[in-house]
Design a protein around this ligand. Sequence first.
Ligand SMILES: Cc1cc2nc3c(=O)[nH]c(=O)nc-3n(C[C@H](O)[C@H](O)[C@H](O)COP(=O)(O)OP(=O)(O)OC[C@H]3O[C@@H](n4cnc5c(N)ncnc54)[C@H](O)[C@@H]3O)c2cc1C
Length: 463
Amino acid sequence: MSAIAKGISGKHRIAVIGSGWGGFRLIQGIDTRKFDVTVVSPRNHFVFTPLLASTAVGTLEFRCVTEPVKRTRVELYEAKCEGIDLVNRTLNCASTLDGFGPDKFSVPFDSLVITAGAVSNTFGIPGVKEHALFLKDVSDARKIRSKIMECFEHASQPNVSDDERAKLLHFAVVGGGPTGVEFMAELHDFITEDILKLYPSLKPFVSMTIYDVGKSILGSFDAKLGSYARERFMRKGISLRLGEAVSAVHQTHFTLSGGARIDYGLLVWSTGVGPVELIKEMTTGERAFAARDPTMGRLVTDEFCRVLGKDGVTPLTGVYALGDCATIKERALPCTAQVANQKGVWMYKALNRAVKDPSDIAPKFEDAGVTPFQYNHMGSLAYIGKWRAIVDMKDPTTPEAAGKAEPNPLQNALQFTPNTGVGAWLFWRSAYFTMSVSTKNKIQIPMFWILTWIFGRDISRIK
Ligand SMILES: Cc1cc2nc3c(=O)[nH]c(=O)nc-3n(C[C@H](O)[C@H](O)[C@H](O)COP(=O)(O)OP(=O)(O)OC[C@H]3O[C@@H](n4cnc5c(N)ncnc54)[C@H](O)[C@@H]3O)c2cc1C
């Protein structure tokens, strides 16, 4: 059964798909005196992803990285957008709350902002979805934390052979990008600083490995920083197995393309992102109505974040997209929180300024003095364990990165930031503390950092 969600007033109606970095930043700043804002998202909160790995090992508590959407005083429907009807200007939604009767409804809009993010890419490798764990959401971090403790609890039981112990205590991460590396660094800290103090007899059986099809880890960073991280990992006993792809994953082991069988207790999959179902529907097949970026399957927008139609030239009226689900035509930007955050801020400022009255569904941004979106790279950061991080200030998206031009003024201002070691770690922590999205989190995050430092991480296994 389908129903139409209520419209509240005669204001211009903006529907926002998603409550992640792009969507949340947008709704934090949109002028609700001028707009009725309705968010459609399967989760009722925002997740501060850069610190998600810290929650998976108990350095931080889960609530430190979430912020309820309702606090921003917009309408929220906990639902998935399954389709967009551009003729009637409605979203077709399905509730994600189980067991509460009719679950289909539509949401009318004058303007639409799509910030649906991306899904973890499994490249169709058999068994990944069924057996590997991902790190995209708080529910994933919770599963990982429980699984780590399950492996140790199981391995400590008297009826388990040493051979079985070594299998259970092999912690594997597939993907040597920043997310996989940061998770492995946090896991190593957790195991060596907290768990092994309580399970000392299990130390000889523990192993940790990063697998990547590439020849190096942290390929998006300067090569010297990548080597620094690699050396530190090897010194700490984290193995790197590079240059081989995973070909299939099973419940307790996976295979590599060379045929090797690898047993594991925990397998975390972190090999980049691909388009969500909604974006695939919009860009592929007979009913496609939006342009598709051929490299990553994202929506293509112009420099005002307006989604381009199938011809790749004409913007769809009043339909915008930002964050991981979209890229600007001929100006590919990475799938990062930095990009999504900056686009979210740019978008609310542009809409607040350019939409003049409720029926204005095709605002003239240029006439309102809105300049195209410009990305300001603030540096790439990665935690590599034991109070150390790496910081790369080079902007990978501009000619400066290739040494063809002068660095921008922001980079000049930040060029004295230490790029490795403890100084870089302090920069990493202060950067994410500053970026956290609410006063509540700005209080909770340092509080939990201090509690962890004094009392260690929590090893309770809460299912
Ligand atoms: C563990 C981890 C660590 C990271 N660390 C960093 C970092 O240190 N620095 C950095 O710059 N970037 C980092 N990133 C990347 C960053 O989180 C993403 O680039 C960013 O979240 C993209 O923002 P977004 O708004 O596009 O999507 P997301 O934040 O993923 O939000 C997408 C939203 O859309 C919703 N959604 C999806 N499909 C639908 C649908 N059909 N209908 C309705 N809603 C839908 C989702 O539920 C979600 O609310 C990290 C990512 C991860 C997973």
